[in-house]
Design a protein around this ligand. Structure first.
Ligand SMILES: [Zn+2]
Ligand SMILES: [Zn+2]
Length: 160
């Protein structure tokens, strides 16, 4: 039997900043934008995007939040102990509040889904050899993200 957990404990790489997810991510993708490169201190980010209502995050005093240049309006938090990315809050027009989690902070299981695409690929520092779609250009990348979010939320709506 395929047992499904209703919640999953997650944490940053050192384990100090913890949070709980209680709903599956809307999408997981790789972002090659320069802000993600700087924030994650890597060539690109591997992120899972959740509805904020599906995240319980009480360890706010363990996370240092910073606003990077917009758009989009994102609050990005790093752990004060390990200085690694913990959680990001994203507010897009027309969308419910969203929370972005670096996928490495999510243990394997139902809350860690397969990545679906690369965005901001024109900003890449290295070529990626996988079969996923690669989306280049600012507008195109924003559109690809929006379409993914809309289509998955619509799918949930009609299957609810
Ligand atoms: Zn940490
Ligand atoms: Zn990015």
């Amino acid at each position: 039997m395929n047992e499904k957990k209703s919640t999953q404990e997650c944490h940053c790489q050192c384990g100090d900043a913890k949070f709980t997810v209680q709903g599956e991510p809307i999408v997981r993708m790789f972002c090659h934008c320069t802000i993600c490169q700087e924030f994650n201190d890597s060539a690109y980010s591997d992120v899972s995007i959740f509805l904020s209502k599906d995240i319980s995050f009480d360890d706010k005093e363990k996370v240092n939040f910073k606003k990077y240049k917009s758009p989009p309006a994102v609050q990005r938090g790093k752990c004060i102990t390990c200085n690694k990315a913990v959680i990001e809050f994203l507010n897009l027009p027309l969308f419910p509040a969203l929370t972005i989690i670096p996928s490495e902070n999510i243990p394997a299981g139902q809350f860690l889904i397969e990545p679906s695409t690369h965005i901001f690929y024109h900003r890449r520092v290295e070529d990626i050899n996988d079969d996923l779609p690669k989306c280049s250009g600012f507008i195109q990348s924003q559109m690809a993200l929006s379409i993914k979010l809309f289509s998955e939320m619509f799918r949930r709506l009609i299957s609810a």
